[in-house]
Design a protein around this ligand. Structure first.
Ligand code: ME8
Length: 649
């Protein structure tokens, strides 16, 4: 621990499945974690905030296959590509310290060692799995756990599955895990403890199947080829491998383990509160101090999901309302442990009420009055009026303690309520003191200065405590107060601003939104785009005899290289593998439809017995098949599995 720090604090988000683009529900876990991490940094802790992606498993393997790319290419695109996971966290101003990808080499190697350690200590053994498997959830279930024969997590169909597999002796740890859940604060909210104990532990914890042979996209069990490690072992241990457990990549284990808290969604509480501690017990490792299972953001009463097509796009919302407003809304509108119904109306009314009316108005009115009545700086000569000032001053002085009490219990909504009580009180204080009346007489100027000072000081403390929730806004508030102190120590004290504080004017922090117009605009955005106009069909050609068709050699070719032909807008020059061993050159007039580099490696079809033809001084030996309708043109691409040289028959 560093000498100046209050201590170390390690907090994690779940690591996300990069199977689809993320939606606002995903951002919920991460915004909450970011807010907690920023709060702890504000308090003076040395924070490690870990997030990342959980990239193995059959679901990803299947999706990659459908997309015609390798699993790694598929996940790379969703994690690192434009509009992907990392982009979203950048947009949402997520201040993570470390990002782990479970395909990172150091993690893969660590997982192999961890699996072997549990095999060597006898907690992992080889057996045969017979049961029900839910593919989307990558979970095996016993008959007793199914709900009406369906997966208890997603409600989807399960399949009979039988395979040779490794098992983890989860049953051995049932009593210890039950004791942990019932007799400590390990799992919160407490309501989730009953759910875990009654639904999973009391009916009898069975050993857990922890390897798969039905697919290959996972961490290979190095001592038994053909088996890959169950994704949840791979995923859960990320929290430790990212600190350096069983690898040399990082050296932070001693400093940060055990984690202070894992924030996770409620549907993965089972994995984090039963399987995770049991595996740590197996390896005699310290358990995380807390697992907090937050609620879901619902849409029309159900969970948002890509498959239901009811996801809400955080890019659209943050572009229209600003990132801070969106972050604020997520934590202000719903208690963290419970589900909450997302709606555009609620989002807009929260912004209008709390941010535009209460906070925004307080800042603009106060700064505008300070500038109007006194110019850049307040005069140092000020008169207090205890009768009018005491309540506000004592509320502001006591705010940090109340806020802290709530934040320590992850009660974001309550912490914000405390701040907004003070903001409302300050708005009332303006009306009670009517600065515009005081301004009328010179004699009242010292009193007027004090009223404005008290308001500016209130804004400083409230703005400072809002920093973890709305970092940009808090920074802007600090600027308006002439670069005011907003460190943790100063937020617990009233009277930190110098009496002759300088203020800076600026535009409204949160302009009021016209609810009706905005709802209509959002509605229009969510409507499917107009269908494209029908493209004209080409005129059919005259009938030909089969013999004529037989004369054409159509051959499968692979693109070895492709480049633009100099001085030509239309032509691309292809070097192709046609299976003969001698590269074939074909020029094709498709430059306006494709970038040359995107075609390298593609499998195409060429007419290979067409008489060679010179174009722009170069010889083209054949023609690539493409499909045309109206002004749309696409090369005919075939399955990459077909070898070069295969003949179309
Ligand atoms: O579960 N409301 O990944 P994931 C609130 N890879 N939270 C939501 C939500 C919603 N509508 N939709 C998703 C996984 N989430 C695993 C985690 S950890 C070792 C492995 C939350 O991408 C969800 O509850 O499916 C979970 O906490 C997180 O997003 C990641 O979900």
């Amino acid at each position: 621990m560093c000498e100046k720090c209050k201590g170390n604090f390690y907090i994690t988000t779940p690591i996300y499945y990069p199977s689809d683009k993320l939606h606002i529900g995903h951002a919920y876990s991460t915004v909450a974690t970011d807010t907690m991490a920023r709060y702890k940094r504000l308090q003076g802790y040395d924070v490690m905030f870990l997030t990342g992606t959980d990239e193995h498993g059959q679901k990803i393997e299947d999706k990659a296959k459908n997309a015609g790319v390798t699993p790694k290419q598929f996940v790379d695109n969703i994690v690192e590509g434009e509009g992907g996971v990392k982009d979203l966290w950048k947009l949402m101003n997520i201040s993570y310290d470390r990002f782990i990808r479970t395909t990172d080499d150091y993690h893969v190697a660590s997982i192999q060692k961890i699996f072997k350690m549990m095999y060597d200590n006898g907690d992992i053994y080889k057996g045969k799995y017979v049961g029900k498997y839910c593919k989307p959830c990558e979970s095996f279930w016993t008959d007793a756990q199914l709900v009406d024969g369906m997966c208890p997590d997603c409600g989807g169909e399960v399949q009979e599955a039988e395979e040779e597999a490794y098992f983890f002796r989860l049953s051995k740890y049932a009593d210890r895990v039950q004791d942990l859940l019932e007799n400590t604060d390990f799992l919160e909210p407490r309501s989730r403890v009953n759910e875990m104990v009654n639904n999973f532990i009391k009916p009898g914890l069975e050993d857990l199947c922890v390897s798969r042979t039905s697919f290959t996209w996972g961490v290979p069990v190095d001592f038994d080829p053909g088996h890959v490690v169950y994704v949840w072992i791979d995923a859960l241990f990320n929290y430790m491998t990212a600190l350096g457990f069983q690898n040399d990549r990082y050296q932070d284990l001693e400093k940060f383990w055990p984690a202070d808290v894992h924030f996770i969604g409620k549907e993965i509480v089972r994995f984090h509160s039963i399987i995770w501690p049991a595996m740590l017990m197996s390896l005699n490792l310290p358990l995380p101090k807390k697992v907090f299972g937050h609620g879901w953001l619902l849409l029309d009463g159900g969970k948002m999901s890509k498959s239901k097509g009811n996801v809400v796009d955080p890019y659209v919302l943050s572009q229209r309302f600003g990132v801070d407003a969106l972050r604020f809304f997520l934590l202000r509108s719903f208690p963290f442990g419970s589900d909450g119904n997302f709606s555009n109306e609620l989002l807009i009314s929260t912004i209008n009420t709390d941010l535009a009316n209460d906070l925004g108005n307080l800042v603009s009115r106060t700064v505008a009055m300070a500038q109007k009545y006194f110019g850049e700086k307040l005069p140092a000569e000020q008169t207090e009026n205890p009768e009018l000032d005491t309540e506000l001053v004592s509320m502001v002085s006591g705010l940090r303690a109340k806020y802290e009490e709530q934040m320590e219990h992850y009660a974001f909504q309550n912490a914000l309520s405390e701040v907004f009580k003070v903001i409302s009180r300050a708005n009332k204080y303006i009306d009670e003191n009517a600065p515009w009346v005081l301004a009328k007489s010179e004699e009242n100027k010292p009193r007027l200065a004090r009223v404005l000072y008290n308001l500016l000081e209130t804004i400083r403390v409230c703005g400072g405590l809002l920093t973890p929730f709305m970092p940009q806004t808090a920074g802007e508030i600090g600027k308006r107060l002439g670069g005011a102190r907003m460190d943790w120590e100063s937020l617990g004290v009233f009277g930190v601003l110098p009496a002759d504080v300088a203020t800076v004017n600026g535009p409204a922090l949160f302009p009021r939104i016209d609810m009706e117009k905005e709802l209509a605009a959002l509605e229009a955005l969510s409507k499917p785009k107009k269908a494209e106009p029908e493209l004209p069909l080409a005129e059919p050609k005259a009938e030909i005899a089969f013999d004529d068709f037989e004369k054409v050699d159509m051959t499968v070719v692979k693109v070895l290289s492709c480049e633009k032909v100099k001085k030509s807008d239309k032509l691309l020059k292809f070097t192709l593998d046609d299976g003969t061993g001698t590269p074939r050159t074909i020029l094709s007039g498709i430059a306006k439809y494709y970038q040359p580099e995107e075609l390298v490696g593609k499998t195409l079809v060429a007419v290979t017995n067409l008489a060679p033809r010179k174009m722009m001084g170069q010889l083209s030996c054949g023609m690539l098949l493409s499909a045309e309708r109206g002004d749309k043109l696409n090369l005919v691409m075939v399955d990459d599995k077909i070898p070069a040289g295969a003949r179309l028959v």
